[in-house]
Write a protein that binds this ligand. Structure first.
Ligand code: HEC
Length: 112
């Protein structure tokens, strides 16, 4: 089953010059972001930004900026370091597709 899925994915990516962003691949990769940004992109700590519902283009730009050194941050730079453009597109698609935090929840966190 797993082999069949891999072959299907492989065949799919071969049929296109650039593979489209894949939300489920992004979700797998996003597991390493969950400790700080939450499993669905809603962070539980005041210093860590929510990513859920953010525009995919912005998320991609931010991650590439951390990876390539235009944006500097001692935690995020190493997190983005090993990511390929494809992985960044997948992760961005996953977080962009998540339900954003309700405004009241965001305010409650800020007000703590
Ligand atoms: C150890 C905690 C931690 C982990 C793990 C982490 N981040 Fe972050 N992330 C942060 C912090 C803190 C910031 C705010 C950095 C800043 O001020 O530039 C941030 C910022 C970001 C931003 C910019 C948000 C914005 O509004 O500009 C993106 C995008 C992001 N992280 C994505 C990710 C992704 C994707 C992963 C997993 C590959 C990840 N982060 C893992 C702590 C973390």
């Amino acid at each position: 089953m797993r082999t069949l899925m891999l072959l299907t994915l492989f065949g799919f990516s071969l049929s296109l010059s650039a593979a489209p962003a894949d939300i489920s691949r992004g979700q797998v990769k996003a597991a390493m972001c969950a400790a700080c940004h939450g499993a669905t992109g809603i962070s539980v700590l005041p210093d860590y930004p929510n990513l859920a519902g953010q525009k995919a283009g912005y998320l991609q730009q931010a991650l590439k900026a951390y990876r390539d050194g235009q944006r500097q941050h001692q935690i995020m730079a190493p997190m983005a370091q090993g990511l390929t453009d494809q992985e960044i597109a997948d992760i961005a698609a996953f977080f962009a597709a998540q339900q954003p935090a309700p405004a009241a929840k965001t305010e409650a966190v800020v007000g703590q």
